[in-house]
Design a protein. Structure first.
Length: 372
């Protein structure tokens, strides 16, 4: 391999995001497929969330490293994250809780259960994953998919502090500690969904993304030697795990104990391949730069937020009442894409335009009296 890191927008990373959202949507919305191949693919689709985690850890750590010496390092980062995540998230929360407040909606679809109001504070503060960890999933699953957003938001709170106050070598050690913590926590809770949604049970993927961001910038010679072996070893190990088990579900004990981390290692290697100037990088970038994938990557946040709400809130009910065939999932996906595109260009874009006003400022240069 011949790594060459360049700052700026990388189209192939949009493609990775596109792969991640397609996996997640397949996992959620193709669960009842009668086609064996489709059902098998959808069964492993939960790894899309892990791919999102690795990519987020990589991108966020990269942003923080590249802006560490800027004067508004903390405020610019936090404000930009808020502009990207908060508007759509809170709009959808408002819509769901308004629907729960309307008797006719509740009678139309019991999934809008009023008992959700008992946990509204957790959703408002991005701590719903902690609520799920200790009390179980929500009274209905209409809002369950927001657990992963909570994990990422909690990561955004403390990670800028870590990057700011520690050097790269120290951050690598902290990441190693977080990975070990995740493995320990999950192995203590193998048979509980606590191991799937608790922050310190899932921070290994974010940490591996962060490690990748540091290595690709400062330790390219190391990555040149280990990226391909890590990818191959991870892939073979995961295949063997899958063959030796009777399920591809995220509750599979093999995956809980170590598989989540191994998937993250494989995904970290794939992110590394994007920056390779050789044959591996050429192939990787050709695939991940496909317009189909980058399109879904661009609208992935809206797709993630909307698809589950529409699927559980409307589609499944109509399917049960009117006996939709399996093929109706195609127009449903098209509607989800349409809603996400419209949302991005009419609602989300209004807030995103303010991000340009928050570009990190260079720290002021102090001029001594003798230089004046």
């Amino acid at each position: 391999m011949d790594l060459s890191y360049k700052r700026g927008h990388v189209r192939s990373l949009d493609g990775i995001r596109g792969v991640a959202i397609l996996l997640v949507m397949g996992f959620h919305c193709l669960e009842y497929s009668k086609v064996t191949l489709v059902k098998s693919i959808s069964a492993i689709g939960w790894v899309g969330v892990d791919l999102f985690f690795v990519l987020s850890g990589f991108l966020i750590t990269g942003i923080l490293l590249d802006t560490k010496k800027r004067d508004n390092y903390f405020t610019a980062f936090m404000a930009k994250r808020a502009l990207r995540i908060f508007p759509l998230y809170y709009l959808c929360l408002l819509a769901v809780f308004l629907a729960i407040s309307i008797p006719s909606v509740v009678s139309f679809n019991p999934i809008f259960d009023k008992r959700h109001f008992e946990s509204v504070g957790y959703y408002l503060t991005f701590t719903q994953n902690l609520y799920f960890s200790y009390t179980g999933w929500g009274v209905t699953d209409i809002l369950n998919h927001f657990w992963s957003l909570a994990v990422e938001e909690q990561f955004y709170l403390f990670w800028p502090v870590v990057i700011y106050y520690f050097n790269k070598s120290q951050v690598l050690l902290i990441c190693a500690g977080l990975i070990a913590t995740s493995l320990i926590v999950r192995n203590l809770h193998v048979n509980s969904d606590f191991s799937y949604v608790f922050t310190f049970a899932r921070v290994d993927a974010l940490s591996i993304g962060a490690i990748t961001a540091i290595l690709v910038r400062a330790y390219q010679s190391v990555l040149n030697r280990i990226a391909v072996p890590i990818f191959l070893a991870s892939l073979v190990t995961l295949i063997l795990m899958s063959i030796d088990s009777d399920s591809l579900h995220f509750r599979n004990a093999y995956f809980v104990r170590a598989g989540y981390t191994i998937f993250a290692l494989m995904f970290g290697a794939i992110v590394t391949f994007v920056f390779d100037q050789g044959k591996i990088g050429s192939f990787t970038n050709r695939v991940l730069s496909l317009s189909f994938l980058t399109f879904f990557g661009k609208y992935s946040y809206g797709l993630y937020v909307y698809h589950w709400l529409l699927y559980k809130g409307i589609y499944l009910l109509l399917k049960a009442r009117y006996g939709f065939s399996e093929l109706w999932i195609i127009p449903f996906f098209m509607i989800v894409v349409l809603v996400s595109v419209i949302s991005f260009h009419t609602f989300e874009a209004f807030f995103l335009r303010f991000k340009s006003r928050l570009e990190p400022l260079p720290k002021p240069v102090l001029v001594s009296p003798t230089m004046m």
